[in-house]
Design a protein around this ligand. Sequence first.
Ligand SMILES: NC(=O)c1ccc[n+]([C@@H]2O[C@H](COP(=O)([O-])OP(=O)(O)OC[C@H]3O[C@@H](n4cnc5c(N)ncnc54)[C@H](OP(=O)(O)O)[C@@H]3O)[C@@H](O)[C@H]2O)c1
Length: 248
Amino acid sequence: MPGPAETFLVLGGTAEANRLVAALGAARPAARIILSLAGRTTTPVLPAGCEIRVGGFGGSDGLAAHLSREGVTWLLDATHPFAARISRNAARAAHDAGTRRLALVRPPWIADAGDRWTSVACLAGARDALPANARPFLALGRQHLAPFAARPDLKPVVRMIEEPEPPLPFAAEIVLARPSADVAEEAGLLARLAVTHLVCRNSGGSASFAKIAAARKLGLPVIMIDRPPEPPPPVVRSVAEIIAAIAP
Ligand SMILES: NC(=O)c1ccc[n+]([C@@H]2O[C@H](COP(=O)([O-])OP(=O)(O)OC[C@H]3O[C@@H](n4cnc5c(N)ncnc54)[C@H](OP(=O)(O)O)[C@@H]3O)[C@@H](O)[C@H]2O)c1
């Protein structure tokens, strides 16, 4: 029996990748679709209608070998804008294996007139941009908090889904909650905690925008950590653009 005419390998770990898988399934019902996850999350939200593979490929060479072995016709990189290494590897591997590639990069958030943003390049830059004795809301994953231990003058607030184990590397007020999509709720939280600055990464997208809108509403300064460089072209901004670009 002949195999599928097309095989899409979607590099995921994001909501966009899941939406892309669904859109691919609708646009190309005969294609084989493989969703690849790094395996960082134990219970990821998974889309239907695709094969799932989990774990690293072993660098760009490993990924290139995978593309050839699986007969991948399109490599679609829908990873997070801060996941720079896998995107770099994807570009190199696609080049080496002669596989067509597209990167889906969601647009970054842009400051509005009146927003009080300070853009910094990295976590250490964010830490150093905070004034003495500030009370920052660190809207960052646990793995990004260590640099703030070098600022014992700060009185940080950290939101986590569960009590950190091991404990955080510095004293902080911990709010046990998930981020809310409700701007008023986020603004209420920031005001109640007497937060002086919001620190976050410019992930873009709507899912975690409420905190930025809340800072805007309260006139709070935001320390915005810029993204790493984008993957090499071709880069598109939406699932719809990918579906249009891969039209036969
Ligand atoms: N960075 C973030 O803030 C963030 C936020 C939300 C979701 N995510 C998702 O979490 C994953 C890991 O992010 P990261 O920042 O650790 O990435 P990274 O630093 O760019 O990648 C580190 C290594 O993890 C493996 N890897 C990453 N994404 C993979 C995927 N989709 N499938 C198979 N292997 C993958 C690769 O290992 P090998 O070299 O062995 O192939 C890669 O070299 C990504 O899929 C990303 O979309 C990241």
